[in-house]
Design a binder for this molecule. Structure first.
Ligand SMILES: Cc1cc2nc3c(=O)[nH]c(=O)nc-3n(C[C@H](O)[C@H](O)[C@H](O)COP(=O)(O)OP(=O)(O)OC[C@H]3O[C@@H](n4cnc5c(N)ncnc54)[C@H](O)[C@@H]3O)c2cc1C
Length: 466
């Protein structure tokens, strides 16, 4: 089969692999799989069009309760070739080790770390983004410098990445077609039902494959499974009929608090820590994963100015020096909670007469405050400065990071997939993307999404990392 765009009447009877979605997760998975198994036939089904924004975006509508309004979410699930990478900002850093130290992820951190170099290449990041993701302060190694490097940003639906997929001889892409359900029989996936936005009342097409990867983004991954599995998506009750009670639960964002806390910091020392070799980097302070784990803290990252800061001579901790005084942005981790969830709302349907996703998300400040108190104390112990408290007046918003709704794990009562991303109890059905994250750290997710997609491709092609 030659690569490129496939039209509905050109579909093969069956494929070796169907990948749903062409964002960072689906694109990386398909291309890596295709490189390793060039004789296999892969079909990528993409709800959006090749050309960019289209009416398909209406399918991303949700109902929302809690701290983020319904209008917030569709922007974070772009229905187009390349998915949400077509609007992302490109901030990247590896996930902190803390969630692994807590035993929340079902495999060793080293397996993820092994994928970061290739993931960094795909996202066009400098090598040191993954070779030196954090530098402890000599004065107190409980405090770290954490740089965030910027992808250009890589947009998977245009230029080189798009062309590579369109040119690959074993990958076919079906644009403007939406998978409305996964077909399962006897505990195994058999294929997908697909409908076209151009003719919504036509009967669905039926495409078969022994393996299907759901890579629709953090909200839609849960929704598609809920729409497809028996007993699907009862609000707040997971999936009692399917034996997957965790499906849709533990939805997580990264709380972002802008200009949230005040900091006073030894500027000269801070500049020594900051990477001055790149202008595509943002500088951050954080607690080490080991310290946070020992004290039961959630991860927080304080984003600080580097050379652009405006220091002044002042007394800081009994010594006169150049002091950086700034209000800092905070990006934080939120603890997994079953009350934050994606379920189906039976009374509101999309164009294909399918239940929309209902999202409930509540932020909590208590854990962020506690982490800030520790960070301030450890900074002071280093003799370098301190962080002020978090005023109640500071608002919290999200970062467009949709995580946790199909979490990986070993127990089918508390997780949805196994440690590779295979849905518990369904042979051949896999998930890719940040819905797999059992807990999130404070790092932006896309570098880790790409790393996990590479890891899954290795697994599916029998070329696992040692
Ligand atoms: C404004 C903004 C800024 C961001 N900045 C950053 C950042 O700086 N750093 C960072 O790490 N992350 C950032 N993100 C998040 C980042 O974009 C996502 O983490 C990433 O795109 C998720 O990749 P994905 O492939 O899992 O999902 P997506 O990119 O959302 O792709 C999902 C794809 O699946 C398709 N699809 C969905 N349902 C179906 C269906 N039923 N049938 C067929 N196709 C379907 C969609 O059309 C889409 O193409 C940002 C997001 C936004 C919105």
């Amino acid at each position: 089969m030659s690569g490129v765009e496939v039209h509905a009447d050109q579909l093969a009877e069956d494929y070796d692999l169907i990948v749903i979605g062409s964002g960072p997760a689906g694109h990386t998975l398909s291309m890596e799989y295709a490189e390793k198994r060039p004789m296999d036939r892969i079909l990528v089904v993409e709800s959006g069009s090749r050309a960019g924004a289209s009416d398909a975006q209406r399918l991303a509508k949700v109902q929302a309760t809690g701290d983020l309004a319904a209008r917030y979410y569709p922007n974070h699930n772009q229905r187009r070739f390349g998915g949400t990478s077509m609007v992302w900002n490109g901030w990247c850093t590896p996930l902190e080790k803390a969630p692994f130290l807590r035993g929340e992820w079902p495999f060793p951190y080293e397996e993820l770390a092994a994928q970061y170099p290739k993931a960094a290449e795909i996202l066009q990041l400098p090598k040191r983004a993954v070779e030196k993701p954090e530098v402890p302060f000599e004065e107190n190694p409980n405090v770290l410098y954490r740089p965030y490097y910027f992808s250009p940003p890589t947009r998977f639906g245009v230029d080189g990445p798009a062309q590579r997929m369109l040119d690959h001889r074993s990958v076919g892409i079906l644009f403007s077609h939406t998978v409305t359900s996964l077909v399962m029989e006897g505990g195994a996936v058999k294929g997908v039902r697909v409908r076209s936005f151009a003719s919504p009342s036509s009967p669905p097409l039926w495409v078969t494959a022994p393996r299907v990867v759901v890579a629709c983004g953090g909200v839609q991954n849960a929704r598609l499974l809920q729409l497809s599995l028996p007993g699907g998506g009862l609000p707040g009750r997971g999936l009692p009929g399917s034996g997957l009670p965790a499906l849709g639960q533990c939805f997580a964002e990264h709380p972002h608090l802008y200009g949230a806390a005040s900091i006073e910091l030894d500027h000269e020392r801070w500049l020594e820590m900051c990477d001055s070799g790149s202008d595509r980097v943002s500088h951050s302070l954080a607690l080490s994963s080991e310290y946070a784990h020992r004290h039961g803290l959630q991860m927080v990252t304080l984003q600080l100015p580097g050379r652009t800061g405006d220091p002044q001579a002042a007394n800081l901790m009994g010594r006169r020096r150049m002091v950086l005084r700034a209000r800092v942005n905070i990006r934080a981790e939120m603890p997994p909670s079953a009350k934050n969830r994606v379920s189906l709302v039976r009374s509101r349907k999309d164009l294909f007469d399918q239940s929309m996703a209902a999202i409930h998300l509540e932020f909590s400040r208590a854990e962020i405050r506690e982490s800030l108190v520790h960070l301030s104390r450890e900074l002071a112990r280093a003799g370098l400065g301190h962080v002020g408290g978090l005023p109640d007046s500071v608002g919290v918003t999200g970062g467009g990071h949709m995580m946790g709704t199909t979490r990986m794990g070993t127990d089918d009562k508390t997780s949805v997939t196994d440690s590779k991303g295979k849905v518990h109890g369904v042979d051949g059905l896999y998930v890719a993307g940040s819905s797999l994250f059992p807990s999130t750290g404070s790092a932006n997710p896309t570098l880790t999404i790409v790393a996990l997609a590479l890891r899954l491709a290795n697994h599916l092609t029998g070329q696992e990392h040692p």
